[in-house]
Design a protein around this ligand. Sequence first.
Ligand code: ADP
Length: 497
Amino acid sequence: MEAKPTAITNEIPEIKFTKLFINGEFVDSVSGKTFETIDPRSGEVITRVAEGDKEDVDLAVKAAREAFDHGKWPRMSGYERGRIMMKFADLIEENVEEIAILDTINAGKILAHGKMLDIPFAAKNLRYYAGAADKIHGKTLKLSQEMHGYTLLEPIGVVGHIIPWNFPSAMFFHKCAPALAAGCTMIVKPAEQTPLSALYYAHLSKLAGIPDGVLNVVNGFGPTTGAAICSHMDIDKVSFTGSTEVGRVVMHAAAASNLKVVSLELGGKSPLIIFDDADLEKAVDLALLGVLYNKGEICVAGSRVYVQEGIYDAFVKKAAEKAKTWVVGDPFHPNTQQGPQVDKKQFNKILSYIDQGIREGATLLTGGKQVGEKGFYIEPTIFTDVKEYMPIVKDEIFGPVMALMKFKTVEEAIQKANNTRYGLAAGIITNDLNLANTVSRSIRAGVIWINCYFAFDFDCPFGGYKMSGFGKDLGMEALEKYLQTKSVVTPIYNSPW
Ligand code: ADP
């Protein structure tokens, strides 16, 4: 394996924001507790961050409730909200370098990806919804009686956003941008592994002119802070991205408290189907990218790769060759293709799946081990000779681990691709348009990428089928999640009623 971590860059900038952000102010937690946040490149502590709990969630909800029930944000024109959001987006772009560094040291993300993809996407996403803020309108209704009816689309209220650690910046705005445009107020709970960039965004939101109480950030752990959000009686909606297991807990808590509206973007085990007519070189590159991008810590990772029998052997050979030259190392380094896994827990979980795969008799084509001795780096790993019942084929590993399989017919590919409890994404590689159309309609997943992968766009709704959740992020559908419809009816003529 040529891949080695390059020298670890030591330039960690001053961390400016470590407290909770409630009602427009950075404050300590009620308990005064803090927790360590770790640099996955070394396993060392970056800093300590204020640790929220139920009491802090209560304070944040009180502020958000006041801002919603009596404040300016839901009452100002959509145009005005949009202008403030545009300013917010500009401030993000002005600070892209500093924010990208925070995500790199906190999540092990490649710096260039943060600078060129995640954070610019966050700003663009804000602008997309800023442009929609003054185009939210209902319908006029032609009722069956002598009545005039119309619908009002109103903001749903106070929203709790619970987000994961794999895309701290993109996820923050997948959730906050449409909610802000709708006129909601909100509490964001970042993942405990990645508390830093969210606090930076809180600071910028204030500079942009978002009124106090509209956007609050409460860092803390899932079973405490996260659970307090899900069961809070004064939160109207919770928007969650994370594992399917926790999604179930979130829904339970919402049902057991005030029946708040829930949307869930959950796990995946997405198939990538490669047909015989594919360009081998391109197909291998796309398959590797599909499972190794963001070190496999991505819910849409193409972790099950099905290759048609005509090109299977050549594909296996080339995939092994290319995986061996994949550069794993310090995410600050410009040549690095894969940084460290987010934390020790995730690192150990991935290695234990790899061990299990080996024990159960799958062939380890390449990878399988830690890279270096420091930090949480794992080799790009490919298994062949896998069976559909194996956990490496069924479970979301959230790491750089591909299960590579052979198929003969189109029907077999469709059947195998759909043989999962998940339904988040799928990829198809072929030059045959009819085949691509047939397969894309037959796969039960929320997004299908044909001859591409990870083709996210703010105008393209994203979310799962089956146990990958419900309720879309991105696109106009995400805006609808943060709105509710009120019907208003009035008689046209003087009515006897
Ligand atoms: P992962 O397994 O990828 O870490 P999780 O689903 O555990 O994903 O975490 C996603 C988010 O859900 C994080 O912000 C985490 O703190 C939060 N979370 C975890 N447990 C709970 C819970 N019981 N209630 C609410 N949120 C939770």
